[in-house]
Design a protein around this ligand. Sequence first.
Ligand code: GDD
Ligand code: MN
Length: 372
Amino acid sequence: MNPLSPPQSSELRLSVVLPTYNERQNIESVVNGLLPLVEQFSLEILFVDDDSEDGTAEEVRRLAHQYPVIRLIRRVGRAGLSSAIKEGILDATGDLVVVMDCDGQHEPATVACAVKRLLESNADLVIGSRFHAEARIHGLSDRRERNSTLANSIARFSLPHYRRLTDYMSGFFAMRPEAALPLVRRVDVNGFKFLYELLAISGGRLKVEEVPLTFQARIAGDSKLDLAIVWDLGVSILHTLLLRSVPRRAISFALVGCSGVVVQLAVNSLLMAFGLSFEQALPPAVVVAATSNYLINNALTFRFQRQQGLALLRGLLKFLVVASLPVLANVGIASAFYSLVSHDTLFAQLAGIVVVFVWNYAASSRFVWNSP
Ligand code: GDD
Ligand code: MN
């Protein structure tokens, strides 16, 4: 008998992947919600924990002694949500795999519903959508809901093959590994939005369906969504719009560079307002902008290799040294441009800035954050 055919038999092996970071208080109730699935499936509940400090892994082990359907992957250090989801899917042994949040926001009842749709529609992927006409959202603040709607519209624009879908950022989805695994392997894990990446990579090759999701408030603890995650999403979408040809890290570095441009122009005009000449104001403006670029890159672009404490200071010095060649070039080009080409201070500075971007990116990746 084909193991994927619809009859509700316990031969069908279902894996539920639950990424966790500091969710100790929520584990037991999520497990209790999922356990009734053993009546329909041969069940595996797979936790991927990123070294939570709150005893999440210990709680999972305690429950695993009670229920052998539970497995735990415990990773040292925090490698991020997408990376945890990817690892969970690759390690799952089920004929079907469901990924969901482990904080009570996704209802266990949606699992059976998504799996049913997966089997009946012959889809490769079924998304639990917060924006489906029949979805109910209880656990999102108005602000977060507005932001998600906006992010979703931009995502829709960047994914022409999937325009009819309603939720590209959901943390709930069910899939057939045999169809999705080759694509899952290629998902770039530097991001929070695994689903968006998977859809972007698949370029229309996956047959995708949606079911409504009831989105509840968290049971306990806090969301891990932060500025860095929103930043990653922006980078992911730009990466897709640039046809995935420019490395994500270079995009992030360039965006930070743009913020540096604003800092440099602002400091420069401030100093000139205090009576300094253009040539006098330029060097301090460039150094302040370089320092700001370093700190922002450390917090966003290279946060998985982030420097802290004394290393942060050492890193800054290295960054300034690495950047000093182009800083000199930057000042040189800008000054030359100013005196030879045009007395326009804006264009003079932009000319210097553009010339140094490539060097800075390549050299500081290598020498400051030690990543090729
Ligand atoms: N292993 C691991 N590592 N798990 C993580 C990490 C991490 O770095 N960060 C978050 N998680 C786990 C959480 O413990 C939780 O089970 C799940 O991933 C979702 O994290 P939340 O922090 O609750 O995210 P959220 O509710 O703000 O966002 C969720 O909903 C969004 C839609 O609003 C996620 O599912 C997003 O993917 C989704 O876009
Ligand atoms: Mn959540």
